[in-house]
Write a protein that binds this ligand. Structure first.
Ligand code: NAD
Length: 386
């Protein structure tokens, strides 16, 4: 297959590219280094040292594997760039990771919020228009998030829910209550993608992904130069990645509020497998399908306790220190999200309890002298004047 990976320099995009390339697919990447630039502007950096720009990264991959990955350094917001990438590469599948993924960043202020929504919504619109014009048969695999649903007091279905109303029934998009203005951008994307499938006949899989953790993948582990980025700062780090870094450097685990917030999680290896399963099993033309992409649910306190126990196994003394919750969210709530469609396609999950020590804590220890402690504590509040 010819696979276009948008956001190919990112935490998930880079390892996804290596996996597809290793399996013999033709891979092209697009990235404008937005993530790197925003981290640098905040005075922080990936825990793992990145081998250089995309040119250096794909050269390292070619040396290690003998396989070639091509790339474009460019912005999806630039229509000429997006159009010409689609016209020259003519992908069979498009894996779209190329967005700004930070809830705190989108809540920092007007400028950051507008940047997030403009980047994500307009970038995805350009992708949809390029597909409609150039490769209408191609399959869009788009990364959404479980955070699109929020935490309703009923079970969360995979994208659609059957509703009975005044004696009539219909299968309708599941109601969305996103938890940040970043999550709102994902909801807007979902609406636009669904529309493009219904009206233009495109085919798309919207992967409502949980929170990803981990550094290790089969390909990234082949050579130090192939490692993916790993962020732990308040803005771009995800909860579990941050807890693990905190455990290793002896910083208390910062549980926000009462810590009953429950979310779906998955290992980075499972992200790659899910995307591969979606690519191998495309939907019909005109079909918009949604998979809830996570493997296990944990509350924030449960996560912290798991990290504490795993730390103990390797001699780390880990303290848990709840702090004032900077977010506006339910701290105790019902959570039952369905996630069977990827399992039905053959996903075999890696479980957190089995990977925490070796895949996370031990790996993080190797880079612990690179940790920038100032970047960890939350500064962004959901109510700016609250
Ligand atoms: N990591 C997670 O836990 C997680 C969970 C749920 C959903 N997601 C989604 O998965 C996707 C990938 O996440 P990630 O953690 O790898 O993020 P990331 O920031 O590491 O990767 C995204 C990449 O896209 C690039 N990019 C952003 N805007 C672009 C533009 N306009 N043009 C070209 N490139 C652009 C960035 O420079 C970055 O390299 C995101 O859409 C994110 O919302 C991630």
């Amino acid at each position: 297959m010819r696979i276009l990976i948008l956001g190919g320099d990112g935490y998930l995009g880079w390892p996804t590219a290596l996996r597809f390339s290793r399996r013999g697919h033709e891979v092209h990447l697009v990235d404008n280094y937005l993530r790197r630039r925003l981290l640098a502007a905040d005075g922080t950096d990936s825990l793992t040292p990145i081998a250089g720009d995309l040119g250096a990264r794909v050269a390292a991959w070619e040396q290690v594997s003998g396989r070639r990955i091509t790339f474009t350094e460019g912005d999806l917001l630039d229509w000429d760039v997006t159009r010409s990438v689609f016209a020259s590469f003519r992908p069979d599948a498009v894996v779209h990771y190329g967005e700004l993924p930070s809830a705190p960043y989108s809540m920092r202020g007007r400028q950051e919020c507008v940047l997030t929504q403009h980047n994500n919504v307009v970038g995805t619109l350009n992708v949809l228009w390029a597909m409609e014009e150039i490769v209408p048969e191609a399959h869009l695999i788009k990364l959404g998030t479980m955070g699109e649903y929020g935490t309703p007091n009923i079970s969360i279905e995979e994208g659609f829910i059957e509703i009975a109303h005044e004696g009539r029934r219909d299968l309708l998009p599941y109601p969305k209550q996103p938890g940040s203005l970043y999550h709102c951008s994902k909801v807007h994307d979902s609406t636009n993608i669904h529309f493009a499938c219904r009206v233009w006949g495109l085919r798309a899989t919207d992967l409502n992904q949980g929170v990803v953790y981990g550094i290790s993948t089969d390909e990234c582990d082949l050579d130090e130069r192939l490692v993916t980025r790993f962020d732990y700062d308040e803005t771009f780090g995800t909860a579990l990645n941050r807890f693990c870094v905190q455990a290793v450097i002896g910083h208390p685990l910062t549980v926000y509020g009462r810590g009953g917030q429950t979310r779906g999680f998955l290992n980075i290896r499972d992200t790659l497998r899910c995307v591969e399963l979606a690519a191998e099993n495309p939907p019909e033309p005109g079909e918009y399908r949604v998979f809830n992409q996570f493997t296990e649910s944990f509350s924030v306190v449960e996560l912290a306790e798991l990290v504490q126990r795993a730390g103990k196994e390797i001699g780390l003394e880990v303290r848990i220190e709840p702090i004032d919750n900077p977010r506006v969210e339910e701290e105790e709530h019902y959570y039952n999200a369905k996630h069977t469609r990827l399992l039905d396609l053959g996903l075999e999950p890696h479980l957190l309890s089995e990977t925490l020590v070796e895949d996370m804590l031990e790996r993080i220890r190797r880079y612990q002298d690179r940790v920038i402690e100032d970047a960890i504590m939350p500064r962004t509040r959901w109510r700016p004047r609250g």
